[in-house]
Write a protein that binds this ligand. Structure first.
Ligand code: CA
Length: 225
């Protein structure tokens, strides 16, 4: 986190000073510009951990700049605003902003917001492995022998469940309750159909392996290897 550079687009020097103090206390470095035009140029040429945007900029609004940034970057955006009608706009419109702070604010308030945003923006990964299967549960990615599998959401969740409890037999009913958001809408054959496609995808990646076992009348398990 300490290596992250933060961009602030803010035309008022006193506010920019507040931002600088807040970021310095967190060990973050600040690039400060005063116009939307300069702000966009910065985002186009550098990588930032966060962009702090004043709504009232001299050349165009922070909203316009936010829209332009969103076309080229997923960088988190924190708005600084002085007016309640601006807050409505930040919340109500789909600007893609992450948070806002109302002026005046203390460096302490800003540093709390910044820390929270940066924490959200850096997803931690959690890996679960079983034999040649490796699952990144945070990023919803599964690899088999290093090859990424293209699974649908439910296929992913079924396989994740089986991998976490190798050898345990899950009935169709259990799989449905644990995996589907609205199990009442699904049927036994929905589970079967998903198992079938998971098997096909596993087989395509590793034809020599048959990782999912069928237990007639009971359900499915991941073969213990
Ligand atoms: Ca301003």
């Amino acid at each position: 986190m300490s290596s992250l550079n933060i961009l602030a687009v803010e035309d008022e020097s006193s506010i920019a000073d507040n931002v600088r103090v807040a970021l310095k206390s967190e060990g973050l470095t600040l690039t400060h510009v005063k116009t939307a035009r300069e702000g966009l140029a910065q985002v186009q040429t550098q990588t930032f951990g966060l962009v702090i945007l004043d709504v009232g900029l001299p050349d165009e609004t922070g909203f316009d700049l936010c829209r332009k940034i969103r076309k080229i970057s997923e960088v988190p955006i924190l708005f600084l605003t002085a007016r309640s009608e601006e807050i409505d706009k930040i919340i109500g419109f789909e600007l893609g902003a992450d948070d806002y702070l109302t002026k005046p604010f203390s460096p302490r308030e800003l540093s709390v917001r910044v820390k929270a945003i940066l924490k959200r923006a850096s997803p931690k990964s959690e890996f679960v492995s079983y034999g040649p299967l490796k699952i990144d549960t945070e990023k919803f990615k599964i690899t088999l022998g290093g090859e990424p599998l293209q699974l649908s959401r439910y296929e992913f969740k079924i396989l994740e469940l089986l991998v976490k409890r190798p050898g345990v037999v899950f009935s169709r009913q259990q799989l449905m309750e644990l995996v589907w958001e609205d199990p009442g809408m699904s049927m036994d054959r929905t589970v079967d159909a998903h198992i079938k496609t998971i098997r096909a995808k596993l087989k395509e990646a590793r034809p020599d392996l048959n990782l999912i076992e069928t237990h007639r009348g009971l359900g499915y398990s991941l073969k213990e290897v």
